[in-house]
Design a protein around this ligand. Structure first.
Ligand SMILES: [Zn+2]
Ligand SMILES: [Zn+2]
Length: 101
């Protein structure tokens, strides 16, 4: 899940080291990491930032997009963005009535 998140991180090089941002796929809220200072390998930076990002963001298990904590829901232990959550609940309700639209 963290590997996926890394793909969405945007690097902002700064004087004191790189800062990374992640945009919520639903409300477009931008999360920013603390600047990465010192010598690190790309892998170390990636996992450190991913860990930090995971505290305030979640990856939707269904569509694989990053969302902030306001736009994510935990449906029976599955992390979903609100859109997929709605879709899933809607689909379940429709499931018995309509097979295909
Ligand atoms: Zn959001
Ligand atoms: Zn989703």
């Amino acid at each position: 899940m963290q590997d996926l998140l890394v793909d969405y991180l945007v690097e902002h090089p700064q004087k004191e080291g790189s800062c990374f941002s992640l945009t919520c796929a639903i409300c477009r809220k931008v999360w920013r990491s603390t600047p990465v200072i010192g010598k690190h390998t790309e892998l170390e930076i990636g996992s450190a930032i991913a860990e930090e990002a995971m505290r305030d963001n979640r990856m939707c298990t269904f569509c694989g997009r990053p969302v902030c904590l306001n736009c994510f829901e935990d449906v029976e232990g599955i992390f979903l963005c609100v859109l997929c959550g709605q879709k899933l609940r809607g689909d379940r309700r429709k499931f018995c009535v309509i097979d295909k639209l």
